[in-house]
Every structure is written in structure tokens, then in C-alpha cells.
Design a protein around this ligand. Structure first.
Ligand SMILES: [Zn+2]
Length: 347
């Protein structure tokens, strides 16, 4: 396929957004919701541990978010890596099957959801709109730092020994498997430095990956990614990659989102996706969320229409947000509720 990107690949997101009425709802904190259902994910595999121990909970969480109005559900593969599974004693073949399984589970959840909608056996308040709810499955890819589970996921500092080639080699097989898994797109999430964005862009081109992707960065100051590279520079990398159909920010405090959307808009015309966390800060070493004291009194749902006016088109939540957040976002976007009622984040 070379540099020619299939038409349906490059237009997937614009067509999907049209189908959704211009704006789409992304799901919320996956790990947070798994924990609410009793999963213990204090593990180097984090939420991906449930692919081994409790796949039924993975299905349940996808359903929770679909019921809440999500148009894009993100698979449980954020921290699912072949290297991580092998470190647990699984074979490479088993690890690859689990990656594929993460996508299958999301599709099964969508089937269950659509069947329930058709049969009308639905008891949630979004039922009226649910049956016409377009849904895409995004296969999650977390950073090298997420695999290391040593805090570098939120610093982006991998050391001089880690080159772009190291990162490409690390991610290559997982990306190839997810491409062939049937997922609609790949969500490269919580990217903490420019080098990893470049590695992803190279991989998409060199491996001729024929499904689209979005690149989503994190920020701790509203200007740069954790490693210190400017968000604008990172977004340029994403913008110039033809396979990237949306660019955005996730797992970042809501208070930075407004400025970040404005920065992204300066360098791209591609759709912008934002799914902030609750505003708490992750302590990667102790694996705990710490209240920063700067969380907004009202949660970020009340800002969604402003972010939409600034140019974002896909909205969801990341860590420590729940289906309640997603339900409120869906209501705001449907024009049903101008300012969402106060949503409680996970206690
Ligand atoms: Zn997150």
C-alpha cells in the first residue's frame, strides 16, 4: 500500500463523527470501573490482568460504558504486552491470543448491547437513544513506560539507552496483532514523550498498518508532555502521519484541557479527542491516586460544551472517571442537559 492510505482508513473518523451527529462519546476510566467491580489490578499488567483472571468483568465494564452512551469503547489492552504476559509465565502464543481476545471481548459486549437494545430489555435511562448508537472498538496501546510500571509512564523519561528503534521493536508485534484483530482503530494512549509518538508514526507507515489510529498525549502543565517536549511538537508528528485520524489528550487534569485544545488546533485540522482524568495525580511508584487539592468543585462535564466550541469532537473520561461521567457527557452532547449535574468521581 506504500504511502497510499486507503480512503476508508483516512475518512473513518470523519464519517463516524457525521454518523454520531458531529460529536462522539468515548468511554471512561476502564481500570477504575474494573476495580469498582472488585478486580484487584495492583499488578504490573494493571487492567490487562483481568484478561487472564476475570474476562467476564472486562465484558461487564464495556457494557457499563455502552449503556452510558459511549460511541467508542477502548479495549483492555492498555497494559497488555507480549513482554508483560511472558514475564508472567505465559507463552508468546498465549500472550498474542490474549491481545486478540481483548478486541473480541469488546465486540462481544457491543453485540450484547445491540441485542438488548433491539429486544427493548433495557432498564437504563439512555434507552431511547441507545438503539441508534454507533459504536467503534478502539484497540488500546499504552506506552513503554506503562509496561515498565515504574512511574515512567507519567514522566516519559526512559533514559538514553532507549532509542526510537528500541520503542519500535517493543511495540511492533503488538501493533501488528491488533491490526489483524478486527479492531476499528488503534488508540495510542497517554503518550508521554515525542520519541514514542515518532516510533508509533514510523511503525504505522513501515508496517503498512491498514487500520487508522489516534494519538493521545498526557500533560502535567497544559503546554508540554511529561518528558518536556511541547504538545504542539508532538501533535505535529501525529498530524503528519496519514494513518492518524484523531489527535488528543487523555489522563490529564481537566484544568489544562482548554489550553491544550487551542494548542492542538494551531497545528492540526484532524478531529480532536479529549478524555481527561478526574484531576487527581498518579503516584506511579506507590500505585495510588493522590488528591491534588486542585480538582474542580464541579467536575469537568460542565466544560464539555466549551471544549466543543474550541474545536474538540470526541469526549470521554480517563482514570478515576466512571459511567456516571460518561452518561453526563452524552447528555451534554445530545443537548439534553446544558450543565451536567454534579458527578461524583470515584472515592
Ligand atoms: Zn488514565
Amino acid at each position: 500500500m506504500g504511502s497510499l492510505v486507503k480512503e476508508e482508513t483516512s475518512s473513518l473518523m470523519t464519517k463516524f463523527l457525521e454518523k454520531c451527529g458531529g460529536y462522539a462519546v468515548v468511554d471512561g476510566g476502564f481500570a477504575t470501573e474494573l476495580q469498582r467491580h472488585g478486580a484487584d489490578i495492583n499488578d504490573p499488567l494493571w487492567s490487562a490482568k483481568c484478561l487472564i483472571t476475570s474476562p467476564h468483568l472486562v465484558t461487564k465494564v464495556h457494557l457499563d460504558y455502552l449503556e452510558s452512551g459511549a460511541n467508542i469503547i477502548i479495549t483492555a489492552s492498555y497494559q497488555a504486552t507480549i513482554q508483560g504476559f511472558v514475564a508472567k509465565g505465559l507463552s508468546v502464543g498465549e500472550a498474542e491470543s490474549l491481545l486478540r481476545r481483548s478486541v473480541e471481548i469488546a465486540y462481544e459486549a457491543r453485540e450484547i448491547f445491540y441485542n438488548r437494545c433491539t429486544k427493548g430489555s433495557w432498564d437504563f435511562d439512555y434507552a431511547g437513544k441507545a438503539s441508534g448508537q454507533p459504536v467503534l472498538v478502539a484497540a488500546s496501546v499504552g506506552s513503554y513506560g506503562a509496561y515498565l510500571a515504574d512511574g515512567s509512564e507519567y514522566s516519559g523519561i526512559y533514559g538514553d539507552s532507549v532509542s526510537k528503534e528500541t520503542l519500535k521493536d517493543f511495540h511492533r508485534r503488538r501493533v501488528q496483532i491488533l491490526e489483524k484483530s478486527g479492531a476499528d482503530l488503534i488508540a495510542f494512549e497517554a503518550i508521554p514523550n515525542k520519541l514514542e509518538a515518532e516510533a508509533y508514526a514510523d511503525l504505522l507507515e513501515e508496517e503498512e498498518i491498514d487500520i487508522p489510529a489516534w494519538f493521545s498525549f498526557t500533560s502535567k502543565d497544559g503546554v508540554s508532555v511529561p518528558r518536556g517536549d511541547s504538545v504542539v511538537e508532538c501533535a505535529k508528528v501525529a498530524d503528519s502521519c496519514k494513518k492518524v485520524v484523531a489527535i488528543g489528550i487523555n489522563c490529564t487534569s481537566p484544568r489544562f484541557i482548554h489550553d491544550l485544545i487551542i494548542s492542538l488546533r494551531q497545528v492540526t485540522r484532524k478531529p480532536i479527542v479529549v478524555y481527561p482524568n478526574s484531576g487527581e495525580v498518579y503516584d506511579g511508584l506507590n500505585k495510588k491516586w493522590i488528591k491534588s487539592g486542585e480538582e474542580s468543585e464541579e467536575d469537568f462535564v460542565s466544560y464539555v460544551s466549551k471544549w466543543r466550541d474550541e474545536g474538540a469532537s470526541l469526549f470521554g473520561g480517563c482514570c478515576r472517571t466512571t459511567p456516571n461521567t460518561i452518561r453526563a457527557i452524552a447528555k451534554v452532547l445530545s443537548g439534553e442537559c446544558p450543565a451536567a449535574s454534579k458527578i461524583k468521581f470515584e472515592q
